[in-house]
Design a protein around this ligand. Structure first.
Ligand code: SF4
Ligand code: SF4
Ligand code: SF4
Length: 270
């Protein structure tokens, strides 16, 4: 018997029916905490705020199903939407929207109908605005594509650029880097590299990957992105220096410039 069934059975034996409802809900809540790998639609707030704001109305999923680009030309009907609504028994909080790129990625609709349809702000159009205050799907951050080099055949020296070609932000979010193949001595590797500043996490690359199990997968930012820590400061980056100035807890004794950073590196003994 699964642990979830165990949980339900035990609950029924020990408490009244009314309490069971709330316990079940709390149980599902716990499940989400244990399943941090879920990918949310464009504009989603951070997971904690998203879960508080989402009213589980399905409107984002319906908008995704009815998006202009989703019509099957043969039947004239809408195809399966990218956004699915979590059902009981899975690892995602029941009723909340999510997507699985290997099955159906996000097609990055320019008008972002899913986020527009959200009545609660759980998908927040404001997070998608560009400098001119215009919503731009390229600003979405659903996750980050991560490459498993050992199973990506481009890293074996075999030519494959399926993920690169399908990326809507080709040469920005996903680039190809040349590297000499020392093993053969006369060939080059053409290696896919993801730029975390531009990748939206749409998952088109994950779906397109020719590997039996995708060698490029989208993971939520919280899982895929590291953090150097506030005490590391890029002396050559004015924005980062400004960050230290604005921070109450951080101070630096030396004002770094491009020149003294270069001198420091050149003069040091390592
Ligand atoms: S932007 Fe992505 S998730 Fe939103 S409607 Fe389009 S395909 Fe669906
Ligand atoms: S439209 Fe908004 S509130 Fe409704 S299910 Fe989607 S995210 Fe949740
Ligand atoms: S998830 Fe893949 S296809 Fe989408 S922007 Fe990132 S690298 Fe490109």
């Amino acid at each position: 018997m699964s642990s979830r069934r165990d949980f339900i059975a035990t609950s029924f034996q020990s408490v009244g029916l009314a309490t069971v409802g709330s316990l079940l809900w709390a149980g599902y809540g716990d499940l989400t905490k244990k399943s941090p790998l879920v990918l949310r639609p464009p504009g989603a707030l951070n997971e904690k705020d998203f879960l508080s704001a989402c009213i589980k109305c399905d409107l984002c999923s319906i908008a995704c199903k009815n998006r202009d680009t989703n019509i099957d030309l043969k039947t004239g009907l809408s195809k399966e939407p990218t956004i699915k609504v979590a059902k009981a028994g899975g690892n995602t909080l029941i009723g909340t929207p999510y997507f699985t790129p290997r099955d159906i990625p996000c097609y990055m609709c320019e008008d972002i109908p899913c986020a527009k349809a959200c009545p609660s702000g759980a998908l927040d159009m404001k997070t998608l605005l560009d400098k001119n205050n215009k919503a731009n799907i390229n600003n979405s951050s659903m996750g980050l594509a991560v490459i498993h080099k050992e199973s990506c055949i481009a890293f074996w020296g075999i030519q494959c650029d399926a993920c690169y070609r399908v990326c809507p932000l080709m040469d920005d979010a996903l680039t190809l880097e040349y590297k000499r193949n020392k093993r053969t001595g006369k060939h080059s590797y053409l290696l896919p590299v993801v730029n975390s500043n531009s990748c939206t996490g749409c998952g088109l690359c994950e779906q397109a990957c020719i590997s039996e199990k995708s060698a490029i997968v989208v993971l939520p930012d919280k899982i895929s992105k590291g953090r150097a820590g506030d005490h590391y400061v890029k002396g050559w980056d004015e924005k980062d220096q400004q960050r230290v100035k604005n921070s109450k807890g951080l101070t630096t004794k030396t004002k770094h410039t491009k020149e003294n950073i270069t001198n420091y590196l050149n003069e040091s003994s390592f």
